[in-house]
Design a protein around this ligand. Structure first.
Ligand code: EPZ
Length: 423
């Protein structure tokens, strides 16, 4: 397993290009199952999770061709000859559950493994299943698999999500495009990735209103056509790299960054004393020498609130803030596993249930640390950028799931970071 060696260095200066969103691409790709016509995605990120989704779609009979070094995915699912998503793939990537709704909507049957939990929580899929049942799906759980049927096809219905769920909204939205009649999804997720999916489905011929609000209305159609769609910018990668100059000082321009994708995060970052300017090419983030990061309190919420996927990275920044910060994680039940690793670097963090209290110290000290999940791993790299000495982050396969060429992007701005291939 590769590791990443980071050595604390001076301010960062330069530009970082932001890729297409992993979490948008992982729901756009299954949308190809809804149509016999080709669906082409541009601005696709080059990540291991995308390769896993590619393998899953191919196992179902879809053709997925990666072009231009992986930035373009040309897909066609003219003949779905296998309707079973196997545990071996699903257990590696929870987003695999997103093939359930499209397969059910298109062919009236699907067998998909339950994904199982992961490091940050139990990650149930009950809301995915309840939403599909509201569209007439008949579901049976057998030996760890969901056996889904829709004899005569799905029918439009109304479903109110008891809690906001990004994935369940995506599954229901895709399924509803081919359901007979009208579907209304209430308390739907509002994330930019949902808006991106709706825009892609509309290009394919779907009739959707209200995406980006809590109520999405879909008029089912008989069939969907093909489309070419650009994957929206990755707001989590954007926020992650916006933090790099906050840690180290300097000025970094995030190419393709749009403030509208993460307004709540930007406001919090500005409260710490960091400057954010909108430029023609993206967002310019800077922290002047001698300006110390100030403590702020953070609570994670569904969009448009502060994203849970940026909580670990923000906690790492606040470890050297002036003052005490309280972070409240309201989305997942176990998303503070980066805390013990940051404590190994000298951070002062007290975790009680869903709250973490961070008392700022002057500077962290480099240490060998271990990544436990995707966002925790990148928070440790960010911490290492400004720490004294060397930090070795192991198990970076987590990192490669969601961040393309992290060492290249940060080195280009002056960071001392390199990948150590496992022997
Ligand atoms: C998506 O996960 C993202 N993943 C996650 O990003 C992100 O953290 C999460 O949304 C929240 O924004 C992808 O898009 C591939 P949820 P998802 O359904 O859809 C509970 C990353 O680092 N819940 O919105 O699985 C659930 O346990 C990843 O890129 C149910 O109870 O998240 C959680 O507490 C991590 N029943 C809450 O809802 C369900 O059926 C929100 O989960 C579904 C979810």
């Amino acid at each position: 397993m590769d590791s990443i060696l980071v050595t604390g260095n001076g301010p960062l200066n330069g530009q970082i290009p932001i890729a297409g969103a992993k979490n948008a691409c992982l729901t756009l790709m299954p949308a190809t199952l809804l149509s016999e016509e080709p669906l082409t995605l541009t601005n696709a990120p080059r990540l291991s999770d995308i390769r896993t989704m590619t393998a899953l779609l191919q196992s179902l009979g879809a053709e997925v061709t990666s072009l231009q070094g992986g930035k373009v995915l040309a897909m066609s699912s003219h003949d779905i000859n296998n309707h079973k998503a196997d545990y071996e793939i699903v257990r590696k990537m929870r987003a695999s559950i997103l093939v359930l709704g499209p397969m059910l909507a298109r062919d009236g049957h699907a067998v998909v493994s339950l994904p199982g939990g992961c490091a940050i929580g139990a990650r149930p899929v009950d809301l995915h299943l309840k939403a599909l049942e509201a569209l007439g799906a008949e579901l049976e759980l057998k030996e760890g698999y969901v056996h889904a049927k829709a004899p005569g096809g799905l029918k439009g219905g109304t479903f109110e999500f008891p809690i906001v769920s990004v994935g369940a909204t995506e599954n229901a939205l895709m399924a509803a495009t081919l359901a007979k009649g009208t579907t209304v999804l209430k308390n739907a997720a509002r994330e930019p990735e949902i808006v991106d999916l709706a825009q892609c489905l509309r290009r394919m011929g779907a009739q959707i209103d209200g995406e980006g609000t809590s109520t999405i209305t879909i008029q089912g159609v008989d069939r969907l056509g093909g489309a070419t769609h650009p994957v929206v910018t990755d707001r989590i990668e954007l926020g992650t790299y916006m933090l790099a100059p906050a840690f180290c000082g300097g000025r970094v321009e995030l190419l393709g960054g749009k403030r509208s994708l993460l307004e709540a995060f930007c406001q919090k970052l500005e409260q710490t004393g960091v400057t954010i300017e909108e430029t023609e090419k993206g967002l310019l983030v800077s922290r002047a020498e001698g300006v110390r990061v100030q403590a702020v309190d953070v609570t994670t919420e569904p969009f448009p609130g502060f994203p849970t996927d940026l909580q670990a990275q923000m906690m790492a920044l606040l470890c050297t803030a002036e003052g005490t910060s309280v972070l409240e994680e309201k989305i997942f039940e176990n998303r503070f596993m980066h805390a013990p690793e940051l404590i190994r670097m000298g951070a002062k963090i007290d975790v009680h249930g869903g709250h973490a209290t961070v008392t700022g110290v002057d500077r962290l000290k480099g240490a060998p640390v271990m990544a436990t999940d995707l966002r925790a791993s990148v928070s440790l790299i960010l911490a290492g950028l400004a720490a004294e000495g060397e930090t070795v982050v192991s198990r970076v396969y987590h990192l490669d799931r969601g961040y393309e060429r992290v060492e290249e992007k940060l080195s280009a701005c002056g960071a001392k970071i390199e990948r150590i291939a496992s022997t």
